[in-house]
Write a protein that binds this ligand. Sequence first.
Ligand code: SF4
Length: 432
Amino acid sequence: MTMAVSLPILVLDLAEQRYSCHACGNCCRDFTVQLRDEDIERLDRQGWKAELGFEPWVEFRGSRFLRQRSDGACIFLQDDGLCRIHARHGLQEKPVACRSFPLSVMPTADGPQQGLNFACGSVQLNKGAAMATHLADLRRIAEDAPETVGQARAVALLPGREASPLELRALAGVLDQWMGREGASIATRIDGLAWIAQALRHAKLASVKGDRFLELITTIVATLEDELEADPVGAATERQERMLRQAIFMRTEDPRLDRMKADGFLRTAWRQWRRQRAFLKGSGTVPDLRGFAHGVRFQEAEFIPNPLHDAAEGHDEPIDDLVTRWVRARLRGARTWGAGYYGFSAVEGLSALCVDVASAAYLARVHAAGRDPAANRVMFADMAAAVARIDRTAGRAPWLATAGERLRLSFLSLDDGLRRTCALHPCGVEWR
Ligand code: SF4
């Protein structure tokens, strides 16, 4: 049952971002789709069980998900790349998550806010219509999922220090301005983001409130470039590198529910443990990642220069543009803290965003090494594949909402860890 939504929805304020669906079908190959009760009712009404001989969904730990084929794609994905439910019954009959993607709506203190997921190829390539043209789709999402326009829960600045809507708005605005700054390289802007996350984590913010907080963050950003120049980022420690690889493992977990059910808890846990161990060790072969070549060695990937650094050298404007739009869309689109990111505080969410960028930069090198081992460069397609892999889980993977992840973020905020992992191996590592 849907309800009429009269609340205005805040459009993603990112003039340079565009999107229209080009029906590539990638989201149908790459996502585990959780179903709502209304989705199940619709699928039942459409009579798929009789046609397929089994339910089109699987139940896992109390939730229901669209069944996947053995290659991980949705069972309704046709050879022509289109959706069988859509073709037969129309868009409105598809599960809510399918007809929403890559758009999202999140409750914030300022009202429901439009967000955008960068796992969509059209979003990455910036192809399609302006954000403001999707209002009808947003309204439909809000009607299908009323919680998206519900009362926003309070968001903390840091655990124990509540943030006012004004402070959150100002923080997002200032960070976004920093990310959109012209003349500063992408490496510098990401370094600045990490610097701010670290500084806010350790600032005594309990009594710095309202206008004083606004003054503080405005001053930080006004002097940030000088600050970064005076305090150049150093090399990551072995432990920080290990933490980053562990964060990558967490961000690229790819649950195949049918397989997990068939294998049972023990085999699944064993497989996950082995993957995690391989990432922690960081030697030998990178565990398989969907959409990436098999058999890439960690050393081959680390031989390739960090794409953020490379883009900063003016080698790759499209990479700079992609990362800039991605980060700004996360900040502007309520996908960095609060309801759009596991209810995290603003500073924890900002730290997680920095780790996402560092993870994507690392994964892009893995992708580049698998695409052409002889080429010593990350191309746009490598970065796009990596950003898709990371943004796909952001805000929708319950295992990233745990105390373990929060501890990791806290650890990486020490000793320049966020900055150092974002700038990891700028020119690549020559392994002997
Ligand atoms: S990935 Fe994007 S462009 Fe492709 S089908 Fe999904 S929404 Fe459409």
